[in-house]
Write a protein that binds this ligand. Structure first.
Ligand code: AMP
Length: 422
């Protein structure tokens, strides 16, 4: 596999798949340009070398061509960030795109229109009748697969090399995120800088692990995290399961959880995960006390209780002080830390204390040499809210992609560049 740092882009055209799926307000103004900034090192390196870039991205989830999802809305800001007057192709394939790509000179940049205006990008058939039979759906999917290859080949034909810098979509086998890599040899496809950083961070928690390794999994439901928890049970030394998931474990062990959030159909699963943790010599750490509330509201009356003795009419919305101490002790003694999901309803100011204390312990461990990776929308929101983003080792930009990587799945966007099956 080629490395972006070693590759000299002088005189070369590079197709760069980025994730410019940025939030826009009703006037199409970008409200958070983090994703655009994240791709700048890659784009600047290519331009700085004397290459030119053809930039491909998706925006939103269009079901066809829709002005609302046009990437023209971000063109001005991209030009500003890049310091180059970026050109625009009103269609990501077709004559205009081909001509503009062919005419690109050293140091120039071309942004293609939203790749998802074509069903070929995702490979999901559109416009099928609601009552379409399974046979019809299958046939439509097969027909689209063929067209998807042509679409990928056309995109590939614009460039001499392919750079994937879109970690946020690395878990998708789409035309521009994976399939088009097949049209470049190993010396002409590579990760961008952002992708490289993400891949290295994931490797540090999945392969190249300094011990003790502690994972903190929070959030509301066990059901959405089963595969991750099962995979982590084969890897970690300590597993802190926290947030709303706590109460499914407490109830499964016969505790009284009042009105706390619970998945009654996952009680056996909780016991099974506890058994598996024991078999794998994993120290499973659960909360012992909770900050409880008499309603699901920031202004609710609050108190503290043991997690197994929550009175009726009350619910646990964060961890309590005893639990904070237990978690902090485990975290501070760790050399590798993965944090996904809050300890409580951190959206309510009065229930952020537990998540903040976890963040503080991670920051301290990081200062003492631990590698800490924070990922998944809510924990990223937490570290940003607490001003800790630059005090942990790495904050991942990929929600779904990171979670699938932690589940142990192969990410097509990564495998395709590495020339591996996906
Ligand atoms: P998830 O989307 O599964 O990662 O869960 C994140 C959500 O879990 C956040 O919106 C939190 O508000 C919520 N959450 C965390 N702890 C609790 C709790 N004790 N009760 C209800 N919701 C919770």
């Amino acid at each position: 596999m080629q490395s972006i740092d070693k590759f000299n882009f002088a005189g070369k055209k590079a197709f760069v798949r980025v994730d410019f799926n940025v939030p826009l307000d009703e006037n199409f103004k970008i409200t958070d340009d983090t994703r655009m900034r994240a791709a700048l090192p890659t784009l600047k390196k290519i331009i700085g070398d004397g290459g030119s870039v053809i930039i491909g991205s998706h925006l939103g989830r269009p079901k066809g061509v829709a002005d609302k999802f046009s990437l023209k809305h971000i063109l001005g800001h991209l030009s500003e960030l890049l310091g180059v007057d970026v050109q625009f192709a009103n269609d990501c394939i077709g004559e205009e795109a081909a001509l503009k790509a062919a005419a690109l000179q050293a140091g120039e940049a071309l942004l293609l229109e939203n790749l998802r205006f074509y069903a070929e990008e995702e490979g999901k058939p559109r416009g099928l009748a609601e009552d379409a039979s399974d046979e019809e759906k299958k046939a439509a999917k097969k027909a689209l697969k063929e067209k998807q290859k042509d679409f990928a080949k056309t995109l590939a034909s614009y460039a001499d090399c392919y750079v994937n810098d879109a970690f946020g979509t690395a878990h998708r086998a789409h035309a521009s995120t994976a399939i088009m890599a097949d049209y470049f040899d190993a010396d002409h496809k590579m990760f961008g800088y952002l992708m490289e950083k993400e891949v290295k961070a994931v490797e540090k928690v999945m392969k190249d692990i300094a011990r003790p390794f502690t994972a903190i999994m929070g959030g509301s439901k066990v059901s959405s995290k089963i595969e991750i928890i099962e995979n982590l049970l084969g890897k970690v030394d300590n597993l802190i399961i926290t947030g709303g998931m706590t109460y499914t474990f407490t109830k499964a062990q016969g505790g009284k959880i009042g009105n706390s959030i619970v998945e009654n159909d996952k009680l056996d699963l909780a016991l099974d995960l506890m058994k598996k943790a024991k078999e794998n010599n994993v120290n499973l750490v659960l909360a012992v006390d909770a900050k409880i509330a008499d309603s699901f509201s920031n202004d609710a009356k609050t108190d503290f209780a043991k997690v197994s003795e929550i009175p009726d009419g009350w619910e646990g919305l964060d961890i309590g002080p005893e639990t904070e101490k237990i978690y902090a002790e485990v975290i501070k003694n760790s050399k590798t830390i993965l944090w996904n999901g809050p300890t409580g309803v951190f959206e309510f100011e009065n229930f952020t204390h537990g998540s903040r204390s976890v963040g503080e312990a991670i920051v301290e461990a990081t200062k003492n040499g631990a590698f800490s990776l924070v990922g998944g929308g809510d924990s990223v929101a937490c570290v940003n809210k607490f001003g800790m983003a630059d005090k942990v080792s790495y904050v991942s930009t990929g929600g779904g992609a990171l979670l699938e990587a932690i589940e142990g799945k192969t990410l097509p966007g990564i495998a395709a560049v590495e020339g591996l099956p996906y």
